[in-house]
Each structure stands twice: as structure tokens, then as C-alpha cells.
Design a protein around this ligand. Sequence first.
Ligand code: HEM
Length: 390
Amino acid sequence: MTTAPTSGIDLFADDVLVDPYPAYAELRELGAVVHLPENGVHALTRYDAIRAALADWESFSSTSIAFNPMADEALTGTSLASDPPAHTQLRAALTENLSPRALRGLKGRIETKADALVAELVEKGSFEAIDALARAFPLEVVADLIGFTGHVRDNMLRWGQAAMQVLGPMNQRTAESFPIAGELYAWCSQVRADDLAEGSVGRGIFDAEARGAIPPDTAGHIIHQYLGAGVDTTIAAIGNIVALFARHPEQLALVRENPSLVPAAFNEALRLWAPVHAWGRRATKDVTVDGTVIPAGAKVAILFGAGNHDPRHYDDPDTFLVERNPVDHLSFGYGPHGCAGQGLARLEAHAVIDALARRVERLVLGPETRVPGNITRSIDTLPVLEVIPA
Ligand code: HEM
């Protein structure tokens, strides 16, 4: 057994955040575990090591998922930041309202919305895809799901972005985002059933609290987790879909010819460009990974995107191939904390891919821009200069 190899890479440097894939490749070649003194973490870089760690909550605790202690403290008691057995009960309350049964009623509405929005954009002929589609669509879906009205709808984007940003190390991005994440937290702490639209899933969570089906004072926290975990990530994923299909019209053609490829195409988009860059764990004891010891108490960084591009697991991992259907990609995590909202994310993304494939033959892009983000990796602006309709 050996200690981990060391690298000078800074996971949260601007250039790494904008394009982490060269750094991921370098780290993966050094080892399945690499010590990064710059960030004070042991990074997990290879597919097998990441998947095994996500399943092994006894060795890799979720009580420290952020890269700064203030955010870890703020998350105490949430599902994301707890271990079994406490996690099991918290998660049950979270997932009940996002189960396939709970979402069944939403499917038709989500598909109709996606189709109408894509039809409108195709008709316009040119548009900025992040604001007009990647942000507009999930914000509307989540607002309707939770039953937001009025000014809260206007804050969802800032709040959702800040909730992810504050999980990074204490850099400028994190410091600037704390007050905004605090607004979200404050709003969720005082929200009442009456503030949410009748018949919404959000109102249902309050009804469950009133019935005693979930512990007192948890409804607001559940809504906080939906917004914190579900907004920025889905926006990133939908922006990525538009960019990938525009860059690879031959892959869009495959989906157009065979619409049953829609779920496979989303899996491949998630595998190729993971919306979540790095996520934390804490080693509860000395843990040996691939012959390397991670010492007890060490902060661990899970690099989902590095695992998704591991050539030990996927052939030709840097190529976008919709027929690959990588159902085992790591972008939704894995194991006890595997994404509780993936059913909703899939409904949204499948509806967008389906509408694009039916209505668009080709999209001509202008240059995209990216702004570095600590945790979510997303495109900031994506001009579609021309639409060649189907
Ligand atoms: C493409 C979009 C999404 C991506 C890439 C994504 C990614 C992830 C990842 C990587 C985790 C695992 C965290 C861990 O291992 O500690 C996670 C957990 C979670 N996600 Fe998502 N997510 C997405 C959409 C959503 C949506 C739409 C919601 C809710 C409305 C949501 C709610 C959650 C919750 C509540 C957890 C915590 C589950 C637990 O602690 O047991 N996510 N997500």
C-alpha cells in the first residue's frame, strides 16, 4: 500500500472549471486517487473508484459534501449531507414527491410546454439558447411543480445558481454567493402552504407535514433541496443538449430517424459533459482504494466527469455517440444519494430532445461563452444564428 500521488492542479482554477477534461485526464493517469494540496483534497478520478466510493457510505461520509466548512454547517440535517440511518428517512420524504407516480401527472404538461417553446424558437429562426430554452424551460417546470407565484419565480435562477456555487472552496465566487443562498434559505424557512399554488407538489409536501407523514418543519427544507439541487443542474444539462446536437448534426439525425434513442441521447449528453464538476465526501477511516491509502478524516473530491471519460470503462470516451446509451454514467451519482430528482430531470430533457428532433434538422451556432462556476459546469450564452427546420 502506498500514499496517493500528488498533483499541483487546482480543481477550482478558472481555466479548469471552464474545461476540466485535460486536468481530469492528467489526474486519471496519475492514479485512481490523487492528492491535491492546492485544494486540500484526495480526488477520485477513475470510474470504478468513484462508483465504489459512492456506494460505500460507511467509509465515505456525506456529512461533508461542500468544499468549505460554512456550507457544510448550513447543510447539516439535510438529506444530501447525512448518512444512513438518518438519511434513509429524510430521503424517503424527498423522493415520495418525485416518484414516477407523483410525476405521472406532469408528463403531458411538460411535453406540451417543451414542444410549444421549441416550436416558437424554430419559428423565430435565431435565438440565445441558454436564456430562451435552457433556463426558461426548467425554471417554469420547477416553479409549477413547487407552486411558486409572484416574485419568488423571479429569484429562482439566482437562488439556484448560488446554492450550488457556495459548495465550492472559500473563493470569491463562494463569498459573493453566500448572501444570495441565504435569501433562498430564509424564504424556505418561512414559506407556508398558502404561499404555494393549490394542487402543486409543493402544497402536497405541506399537506404531508400537516398529516404527520413527514416530521414537523421539514416541508420548507424539502423545497430548499429541490431548488438547490434541481435548478442549476437541469439548466446545465439542457444547454449542453442544444450545444451537442448543434455541433453533431449527424447524431441529431440518428435521433430523428429513431426517436426511441431519446433516453439514450440524454444519457450520452450527461456522460460526455457532467453538469456537476466536483462533490465532496469525508473519509471516516483509513480507506484503501486501488492500493492507495486515503487517511481517516481526509476530504475527498468526487470527479464525476473524470469517471465518465475513463477509457478503462468506456471505449472512445471523448466522442458523443447517441447510440452508446451509457445507462451507468456517473452524472446523477450512484448509491444511497443517487439523484432523487433524476425522474424529473429526464422528463424535462427527454421532452426537449424529442421536440428538437421532430422540429429541427440543423442548428447553426455562434461562439458560446462559459463563466467559471465552482460546482455546476454550464454554458452561459449559446447563440443559435440559424435554424434549419425539419
Ligand atoms: C440533469 C440534472 C441533474 C443532475 C446532473 C443532478 C446530479 C445529482 C448528483 C450528482 C447527486 C448526488 C449527490 C451525492 O452523491 O451526494 C444528486 C442528488 C440529488 N438531486 Fe440531483 N441532479 C439533477 C437534477 C435534479 C432535480 C431536477 C432535482 C429535484 C427537483 C434533484 C434533486 C436532488 C436531490 C434532492 C439529491 C439528494 C439525494 C440524497 O441526498 O439522497 N436533482 N443530484
